[in-house]
Design a protein. Structure first.
Lengths: 154, 818
């Protein structure tokens, strides 16, 4: 089935199997590797993308459900200079070890900053509660997000 | 103190090493999702492979008919265990003969790869075919055992219905000793009975080591394809997603190193689980057969291997009235898991257990290793040595009995640096506990004696560890100087420990350039890999790299002198006589490298016929040189005389060094000699009404010898403390006893800690420089991981022992409330 997405600001048409998840469509049809497959059960947040303004788990949404939607992936976020401070802060604070979960955290962080440009530590934690980092980088994320928020607000 | 050779132990000033917040060289790729792990690769025309996985915990295939599955449109290939190509495949991860056939018709764990592999146009078709194959397969199902205590009973059914030649280069267990499901390992030192006679008190207690899951973040997967090049004989194997080194897969297929290509450098978190999964090994064979790229990706359900096997320990300890241990008797029943399980979780622990760190000379360790159908631990595990906390628990019981601070009991029992009979205190330990007490506001109290203002019980736990590390590997370092930059060619991999970055920092330190002047060139063709066991490998490779830096630095300065004397011919657009070289006439002993000019430059007289001296704009005709914003070669006696490094040395230079640091004290002494130590602390609040335990905070005071990269070191300490929290408070494998099936193979029912669960980890690092590796570093690696620190704190709070995981129901039962 052919679907159309507004993907990272670009109208994108793609032919997907009806049982493809959005994560599979992004990976297998478009070669985008930012939405990672970790649990495939909606538990870990590694596959997080922003669909129509809300952070969602792309392993739990069928690609066909997204027909006509606006989808933002970490690749799209990274391409916008506006979000460079967030990525820089992630790198500066090592908010990653193996890095497999990291794009999912970055997307959740961006979704948080979209709705709350000055989050507190607790607000950062709450927004990241659905992201599991097996490497245990948890304390680093709030640090990076708050530093990025500061830089972006200046 | 370790014998620090070369330049390693001498540096006192550090400019780059030890500096926080230097971004990882590949961090941006990771953060933006550009980094590709094995599971991420997609190639045109790629096929998908899936193994048949056993629906039984212990079963053999009697017959399998693949004809119906083969006729499903989109099924390209089905390879069964009887196929000669599969029969000839395999090898142990360490290069020895295979311990079992690559794929068999026998499975001793549910979910194990068995019988066949289906290759299809997509994963759904492969799964459909596997469902049909399952319908067309006859099994002989055997009794399964998932409880080692039941497996050792004399009337227990035999677990291993098919027994393979076992190969384990580390284990001392002998196959001929096997009785039923049980094998044995015993290690004795001194006279335990005599030791008990010397004791004023004898305690006996049980310690259960919990099994818990390794959880490789990226499900193991690979993609392979073969290529030919025109005018060149032979084939090239491309394999993405193989663990650690592509050559181990290449070796399986008889492909030489230089024809085995793995471009991907991102391998995910390993945490001492270096074992290859079949999904990472099989794709080259399937790609060869089909002539197309083949991907084999594991699902999370298929990736619940052990980070640690279960063990039940009965301990008996004798000690004197002042708390000095006189005899240790450890009887363990260990889950041997399935065939091919790592013996690091069982017999191998006896060689370097915690007991040898004590002054007690009478030690007996007896272990029954029980075959079961539970699962497999690959190669090593984050928590080794696994039984460390059997001693930690004992120290807490002694402290309680004698009404003494557990830290004092530990200090009394810990032997000195050189041997078990050395009465001195290990300086590193002394430093750690001094700081640790301050960090934690440590005030020991008896069990149940302290309440928090909110009414909950307060408890504290303490543990010490040596830094178990190996540094067995040698490292082949190479550095290239090109155009003012230092290039570090490496094959990676990137596994979450920032080992390459640590090396880059050491290079910047030694060559006196900025971290950003060190360029990491990742390429599969490069030899250098800093991997060799977590921070052990990082600091050991750093040692070799430091030697390589010494060679390169000498080469750079020699070349600077040479080029000052004999300026190289100018480039295509150079004209006129060469510019004067300010460092001309100096010897290499008079020169050095600095990251930037250390002083304003001195005017240099123009050579006859050359450009005039100062007078024009900076960098322009007749002006002073443009400001130099790069490393320089300068005159030590007068730093205002310098030349930009890229201009001072135009030639490309390559330095090599192969070697490894002096042997680690740990590997020589296995606990009988001590250098760097570390300590961990835990404070809990226990609600007696609900059984809920809150970790108020962890404290870690560790001595890694020398901190190389603090940002990632701190992060790795967080990691092990969270691993430890998970296995002590909520992570647990649940099996159905009747069928042997594991019931919680997904991340909903087996949940790792989230950001909402994890406590604060207060950290402090001592730097005694007493390790064996670079600058006296040792690496901390596994050593902070624990199984009973939280449990000890709960005991201190409540006076009851609860076996991990200390779930509310277990704690309430232990408190007699339910
Ligand atoms: S992979 Fe989608 S939530 Fe885990
Ligand atoms: S950095 Fe490895 S899972 Fe988060």
């Amino acid at each position: 089935m052919t679907i159309t997405l507004n993907l990272n600001g670009n109208p994108t048409e793609l032919d997907v199997k009806t049982n493809y998840t959005l994560q599979e469509a992004l990976q297998f049809k478009l070669g985008l590797t930012g939405a990672k497959h970790m649990c495939n059960k909606g538990v870990c947040g590694s596959c997080t993308v922003i669909k129509d303004g809300r952070a969602v788990l792309s392993c739990q949404i069928l690609a066909v459900e997204c027909d006509g939607s606006t989808v933002e992936t970490v690749e799209g976020i990274a391409a916008q200079p506006k979000w460079k401070p967030l990525l820089d802060a992630y790198c500066k604070w090592d908010a990653m070890q193996c890095g497999y979960c990291t794009p999912g955290f970055v997307v959740s962080a961006k979704a948080l900053l979209d709705r709350n440009p000055t989050p507190t530590e607790d607000e950062c934690k709450e927004s990241l509660a659905g992201n599991i980092c097996i490497c245990g980088t948890y304390p680093r994320h709030a640090q990076a997000i708050m530093e990025a928020a500061l830089a972006m607000n200046n | 103190m370790a014998d620090l050779v070369g330049v390693n132990g001498q540096r006192t000033d550090f400019r780059v090493v030890g500096k926080p917040n230097l971004p990882g060289k590949a961090s941006m790729s990771l953060a933006t999702g550009v980094a590709k792990f094995g599971i991420d690769y997609v190639l045109p025309g790629m096929l998908h492979a899936k193994f048949l996985r056993s629906p039984y915990a212990n079963a053999k295939i009697i017959s399998m008919d693949i004809s119906r599955a083969k006729s499903i449109p989109g099924v390209v290939d089905i390879v069964t265990w009887e196929d000669p190509e599969l029969k000839n495949l395999g090898g142990s991860p360490m290069g020895g003969p295979p311990s079992r056939p690559y794929l068999d018709n026998y499975a001793d764990q549910d979910g194990m790869e068995v019988g066949c592999i289906v290759v299809a146009e997509d994963e759904d078709i492969a799964e459909d075919a596997l469902r049909v194959i399952l319908q067309d397969t006859q099994w002989e199902v055997y009794d399964a055992i998932v409880d080692p205590n039941k497996g050792r009973e004399s009337n227990a059914p035999i677990v291993r219905q098919v027994r393979y030649t076992s190969f384990d280069m580390f284990s001392s267990v002998k196959p001929e000793d096997q009785k039923g499901n049980v094998n044995f390992a015993t290690t004795v030192q001194g006279d335990v009975e005599e030791g008990f006679k010397q004791a004023d008190h004898i305690i006996e207690y049980e310690v259960d080591l919990p099994a818990f899951c390794g959880h490789i973040p990226n499900p193991p997967s690979s993609v392979a394809w073969w290529t030919k090049e025109p005018y060149r004989d032979g084939e090239w194997l491309h394999v993405e997603g193989a663990v650690q080194r592509r050559d181990s897969v290449g070796r399986m297929y008889g492909v030489p190193d230089d024809r085995t290509i793995q471009e991907g450098i991102f391998q995910g978190g390993k945490y001492c689980d270096w074992g290859m999964r079949k999904s990472q090994e099989i794709t080259p064979l399937l790609a060869k057969r089909s002539g197309r790229p083949v991907r084999c990706a594991q699902e999370r359900e298929e990736t619940f291997d052990f980070l640690m096997n279960e063990r039940f320990i009965h301990m008996k300890i004798g000690f004197t009235n002042d708390g000095l241990i006189t005899a240790i008797d450890d009887f363990s029943i260990a889950d041997g898991g399935i065939q091919g399980n790592s013996s690091f979780g069982t017999a191998n622990d006896q060689g370097y257990g915690p007991y040898y760190t004590t002054r007690c000379l009478n030690i007996r360790q007896q272990m029954e290793i029980v075959d079961t159908n539970t699962g497999k631990m690959y190669l090593s595990g984050q928590h080794c040595p696994f039984n460390w906390d059997t001693l930690t628990v004992g120290l807490h019981i002694i402290a309680e009995k004698l009404n003494k601070d557990v830290i004092d009991v530990a200090k009394l029992n810990l032997h000195g640096p050189d041997s078990q009979e050395d009465p001195r205190v290990v300086p590193s330990f002394e430093a750690c506990i001094e700081t640790g007490k301050k960090l934690m506001n440590w005030e020991w109290h008896k069990a149940g004696a302290k309440r928090l203002p909110d009414g909950r019980l307060h408890g504290a736990g303490f543990r010490y560890q040596i830094c178990p590390r190996h540094a067995f590997s040698g490292y082949d370092c190479q550095l290239e100087y090109r155009g003012g930059k230092i290039h570090l060619p490496t094959q990676g991999p990137i596994t979450g420990i920032f080992a390459v970055e640590c090396n880059a920092m050491i290079i910047a330190e030694e060559l006196n350039v900025e971290y950003d002047d060190v360029i990491v060139d990742y390429d599969w063709r490069n030899k250098f890999t800093p991997v060799g066991g977590g921070s052990d490998g990082t600091t050991a490779s750093g040692w070799a790299m430091k030697e390589c830096c010494a060679k390169l630095k000498k080469m750079i300065l020699e070349q600077a002198v040479k080029e000052a004397e004999n300026p190289p011919a100018g480039g295509m657009f150079s004209f006129g006589p060469p510019q004067p070289n300010p460092i001309k006439g100096y010897t290499i002993d008079e020169l050095d490298i600095a990251p930037k000019p250390l002083a304003e430059p001195k005017p240099v007289p123009a050579p006859p016929g050359g450009m005039p001296g100062f007078g024009g704009p900076p960098g322009g005709f007749g002006g002073p040189p443009a400001p130099v914003n790069e490393p320089v070669v300068y005159v030590k006696a007068d730093p205002s005389i310098f030349k930009a490094l890229s201009g001072a040395v135009t030639e490309t230079l390559v330095a090599n060094f192969s070697g490894r640091p002096p042997a680690a004290i740990w590997s020589l002494g296995m606990g009988k000699m001590l250098d760097t130590m570390n300590t961990a602390y835990c404070e809990v609040a226990v609600d007696e009404e609900t059984g809920v335990v809150e970790i108020l905070r962890f404290g870690v005071v560790a001595d890694p010898g020398k901190v190389i990269r603090p940002t990632s070191l701190e992060s790795q300490i967080d990691q092990v403390m969270y691993f430890s929290q998970g296995c002590q408070l909520f992570e647990e494998f649940i099996y159905d006893d009747a069928t042997g099936l594991r019931l919680n193979n997904n991340m909903i029912e087996y949940k790792k800690p989230t950001v909402m669960d994890v406590p604060r980890v207060d950290k402090h690092f001592e730097e005694t420089r007493s390790g064996n590796a670079v600058y006296g570093a040792s690496g901390v690696s596994h050593s902070m991981a624990n199984t009973h620190l939280v449990i000890c704190a709960i005991y201190n709070a409540t006076g009851v022992w609860v076996q991990p995981p200390a779930t509310p129901d277990k704690l309430l039962a232990a408190l007699g409330k339910i």
